[in-house]
Design a protein around this ligand. Structure first.
Ligand SMILES: *[C@@H]1O[C@H](CO)[C@@H](O)[C@H](O)[C@H]1NC(C)=O
Ligand SMILES: *[C@@H]1O[C@H](CO)[C@@H](O)[C@H](O)[C@H]1NC(C)=O
Length: 237
């Protein structure tokens, strides 16, 4: 009971800065207010006859807290997020019989880790472990760069079945400028989008599972910049 009340107080405290002048109003809906007063009473009781200190010896430590995601949150976080959700959290998929629908919204794959050398060409590998992407219908690649001579870059994508698609050809302009770019390589037409040199239509019907590799070819004479963003967006019907 004391532990539950402490968790409730903690979650109310989180709300406080948000609700400002109205104090605990934000908590009422959750029944937090009642829990706050019972927690305060428990605290007072302890002063007199409980040898346990009322103060948490590690106040900066968050209490163990297992949020229960509702169906919509579960699907959003565990199916379509750019950040890999912890498996412990995504038990909600099985518990609530949710199956991710990558036909309605794309699966987003991001690289695990990669290193950009000071100069010279490099590869970024992007594992796709999801097994339900057996029939690619739409495919996009997002790539953010800062400080590269973007004109002279060549970008190629290798698929898990050794498919090779050119995304961008290097331009032979020696005075190409460095700049910050957010490219979306896609077959659909949109502003800020780049049409890949080789159409993604050749990936249609293929299985996305496996390792994808983005090959970035640079001018070896010029220092590399930063890769700020890499993602594959995969729709499968
Ligand atoms: C990138 O990957 C390709 C294909 O696997 C390989 O031939 C090439 O040597 C790699 N390049 C680098 C810089 O690792
Ligand atoms: C793959 O998806 C397309 C539609 O995007 C569909 O027409 C085709 O039948 C599907 N193929 C298989 C093997 O499910």
């Amino acid at each position: 009971m004391a532990r539950l009340a402490a968790v409730a107080v903690w979650s109310c405290l989180l709300l406080l800065p948000v609700v400002k002048g109205t104090e605990l109003d934000g908590c009422e809906a959750d029944g937090c207010e009642a829990d706050v007063s019972s927690a305060l009473q428990l605290g007072r009781g302890r002063d007199e006859d409980d040898p346990e200190p009322a103060e948490d010896p590690h106040p900066e430590q968050e209490p163990e807290y297992d949020p229960e995601l509702d169906a919509e949150e579960c699907e959003h976080v565990c199916c379509y997020s750019r950040f890999k959700a912890p498996e412990s959290l995504c038990g909600c998929l099985a518990a609530q019989s949710i199956s991710c629908n990558y036909c309605s919204r794309p699966y987003i794959a991001t690289p695990e880790e990669y290193q950009v050398p000071h100069a010279g060409s490099f590869n970024i590998s992007i594992p796709v472990e999801e097994t339900t992407l057996a029939n690619i219908s739409k495919f996009e690649v997002g790539l953010g760069l800062a400080g590269f001579r973007v004109g002279t870059l060549g970008v190629t994508l290798l698929g898990p079945a050794s498919q090779s698609l050119g995304l961008k050809e290097p331009e032979m302009e020696p005075e190409s400028q460095t700049s910050q770019v957010h490219w979306i390589f896609t077959d659909r037409s949109c502003s800020d989008c780049m049409e890949p040199t080789d159409s993604f239509s050749q990936l249609q019907g293929e299985d996305a599972k496996g390792t994808w590799t983005l090959i970035i070819e640079t001018d070896p004479e010029v220092a590399n910049g930063l890769v700020t963003w890499v993602e594959l967006s995969i729709t499968s019907c």
